[in-house]
Design a protein around this ligand. Structure first.
Ligand SMILES: [Fe+2]
Length: 279
């Protein structure tokens, strides 16, 4: 049986039904799903129930696992799969809500992941939506003068930007040794599969723009972010039990919302897939 793929908005997201990702998938279906992923940037598979090992197997339809930088959240019996939970705290006791604030995953890597996959295990009764903003649409809507200003510009990405208001969980010494100090990526990248251009921003990781004074760079980055997250570029995912959501980190910003009853557990499996060097 062929899965059905139904767009969720005019620009971002499609719902996939009539497929069980715990079962083998035919080559033609695999091709159709990869095509849909590039076309819609977010795929929402409904009604899945996968163990960490089954999830690891299923995402290989789309690529190879990306080794995550902070191994603290690895699941012991399947360490390529990490968890996202509202039950962890910073060393000072404050609750840690992963993914709050607009960002794209692991852009401080020389080859950032192409995709992130989350599979809901436990959800609160309401809230905890994930928002996505489409950076192809945001780029296309920029004035020509801004496009020219960004042309050829490189941004400096680090583990934790000193300009970010959102703080990440610190890295252990061992993890720090594996993570680059800083990498350069174009502020506008071209999607390696579709050829479309996208703004490549990350407020929690970008430390500055190469060769541009902070006095000019920081307001430019703020202005770009304000534009990029306009509601017209967004798809907001309301989680349902059984959801497996996969998104394209090469052309989206995303954001978690810690707006739900924190006495309820929110727990998801997470895995990322290897990407290319942004160009
Ligand atoms: Fe994220």
């Amino acid at each position: 049986m062929n899965p059905t793929i139904t767009p969720l908005t005019g620009h971002t997201g499609a719902e996939v039904r009539a497929i069980d990702l715990s079962q083998p998938v035919e080559a033609a279906t695999r091709e159709a799903l990869n095509h849909a992923f590039v076309q819609h940037s977010v795929l929402v598979f409904r009604d899945q129930s996968l163990s960490p090992a089954q999830l690891l197997n299923a995402v290989q339809l789309f690529g190879d696992a990306f080794p995550q930088h902070n191994t603290r959240f690895a699941i012991p019996d399947c360490p390529q799969i990490h968890y996202i939970s509202n039950q962890d705290s910073f060393p000072d006791g404050r609750r840690y809500i992963p993914g709050e604030g607009w960002h794209t995953d692991h852009s401080n890597d020389a080859r950032p992941p192409k995709a992130t996959v989350l599979h809901a295990v436990r959800l609160p009764d309401r809230g905890g939506d994930t928002q996505f903003a489409n950076m192809h649409s945001a780029y296309d809507a920029l004035p020509d003068a801004t496009k020219q200003r960004l042309d050829g510009r490189l941004a400096i990405h680090v583990y934790q930007s000193s300009h970010s208001t959102r703080k990440l969980m610190g890295l252990s010494e061992e993890n720090r040794a594996r993570v680059p100090n800083a990498v350069l990526h174009p502020l506008v990248r071209t999607h390696p599969e579709s050829g479309r251009k996208a703004i490549y921003l990350n407020p929690i990781r970008i430390e500055g723009i190469l060769g541009m004074d902070h006095k000019e760079a920081l307001p430019l980055l703020d202005e770009l972010l304000e534009h990029a997250i306009e509601p017209r570029f967004q798809y907001r995912h309301v989680w349902r039990e059984g959801d497996l959501v996969m998104w394209d980190d090469r052309c989206l910003l995303h954001k978690a919302n810690g707006d739900y009853d924190m006495s309820q557990v929110r727990y998801l499996y997470r895995i990322m897939l290897q990407g290319d060097i942004p160009a």
